[in-house]
Design a protein around this ligand. Structure first.
Ligand SMILES: C[S@@+](CC[C@H](N)C(=O)[O-])C[C@H]1O[C@@H](n2cnc3c(N)ncnc32)[C@H](O)[C@@H]1O
Length: 272
C-alpha cells in the first residue's frame, strides 16, 4: 500500500516537473530560500538537499556554499532532476541525482536539508531518522513542512471541481498520517527532539498566495495535486479547470495559506 502511494506520488511529480518550475517563483522559491537562510550554510560546506524537486532550496544552497562547497540534490522523480540540471548548469558544485533519498548512503554532511519532502516518505519517522544519520556529528539538519491546514483548501476545491466535472462522488479524505500530529510549531519541535537532535528550533514562515486564475491553476498542475487531476479522463480536464477557476472567482480570488514550519537541530556530537 505504501509502495502504491509512492508510485502515485512519483507519477504526480513526474507529470508536474515543468509547471512545478513555473509555480516556483510564487511558492517553492520563497520557501526554499527561507529554508536555506535558516540552515546557516557557510562557503565550502557539504550539503545534502533531500527531495530537491527542481532546486528551490538546492540552488540557493549551491550559491552560498560556492565553488569550494558541494551540494548533493536528490529526488525520486527523473523529470524533476532533469529540470534541476537544466536550471543549474552554472553551478558545478551542485550534483543532481535521481534516487530514493531514504536509501541514500553517502554521509558526513555539514548540513542535511529537506524542504517539503519528509511527509512523502512511506515511513516519515524512519526516513527522517535516516536523513539525520547522514549529517556529521555536530552537523545541522533542517526540515520544512506545511503548517496545519496550509495548502489544503486548494486540494478540497479541486476535489469538488473533479466531482462536479465527472459527475462522481467526492474522493474520500486521505487516511490519517503522522504529519497531522506534528504540523504545529510545538508538536514539530517535540517530534524533532524525539529524533535525538540537540538545539531544536522551529521557525514559522508565513506565506500566502493570491489565487489569480494563473497562480491558482499552477497550484494544481505544478504540485502534488497534479496526481488528482491525472486520474481524471483527459476529455474532462478542461471542465475541471473551468469549474475550479469559476469557484475561485465566486469567492473573490481568496488567498491560499502556504505557511511553513522550518525545523532545525544539531546532530549529536556523540551518538548514544
Ligand atoms: C513538494 S516537492 C518539494 C521539492 C523541493 N524541495 C521544493 O521545495 O521545491 C516534494 C518532492 O519530494 C520528492 N520525493 C518524495 N519522496 C522522495 C524520496 N523518497 N526520495 C527522493 N525524493 C522524494 C518528490 O519527487 C518531489 O519532487
Amino acid at each position: 500500500m505504501a509502495e502504491d502511494r509512492q508510485t502515485e506520488m512519483r507519477g504526480a511529480f513526474d507529470a508536474a516537473a515543468a509547471d512545478f518550475t513555473a509555480l516556483g517563483e510564487h511558492l517553492w522559491e520563497p520557501i526554499g530560500s527561507a529554508t536555506v537562510a535558516i540552515a546557516g550554510l557557510q562557503p565550502g560546506d557539504r550539503v545534502l538537499d533531500a527531495c530537491c524537486g527542481t532546486g528551490a532550496s538546492a540552488i540557493p544552497a549551491a550559491r552560498v556554499v560556492g565553488p569550494s562547497g558541494h551540494v548533493d540534490a536528490v529526488d525520486l522523480s527523473g523529470p524533476m532532476v532533469d529540470e534541476l540540471r537544466r536550471r543549474s548548469g552554472d553551478l558545478p558544485q551542485l550534483h543532481a541525482h535521481r534516487s530514493d533519498v531514504t536509501a541514500w548512503t553517502t554521509g558526513d554532511y555539514d548540513v542535511v536539508q529537506s524542504a517539503l519532502g519528509i511527509f512523502f516518505f512511506p515511513d516519515m519517522t524512519a526516513g527522517t531518522d535516516h536523513l539525520i544519520g547522514l549529517a556529521r556529528p555536530g552537523g545541522r539538519v533542517v526540515f520544512t513542512i506545511w503548517r496545519g491546514d496550509a495548502m489544503a483548501a486548494a486540494g478540497r476545491r479541486l476535489g469538488r471541481a473533479i466531482a462536479e466535472a465527472t459527475n462522481t462522488p467526492p474522493a474520500p479524505p486521505r487516511p490519517p498520517h503522522l504529519i497531522d500530529q506534528v504540523n504545529q510549531a510545538g508538536t514539530f519541535a517535540a517530534w524533532l527532539t524525539e529524533r535525538g537532535l540537540d538545539d531544536v528550533d522551529v521557525t514559522v514562515h508565513e506565506h500566502a498566495l493570491t489565487m489569480t486564475p494563473e497562480v491558482a491553476w499552477l497550484v494544481i498542475v505544478g504540485s502534488g495535486f497534479r496526481g488528482g487531476l491525472e486520474k481524471v479522463p483527459a476529455d474532462r480536464r478542461d471542465a475541471v479547470r473551468e469549474i475550479y477557476l469559476a469557484s475561485l472567482l465566486d469567492d473573490g480570488e481568496p488567498e491560499l495559506d502556504a505557511t511553513t514550519l522550518i525545523g532545525t537541530g544539531v546532530s549529536p556530537r556523540r551518538r548514544p
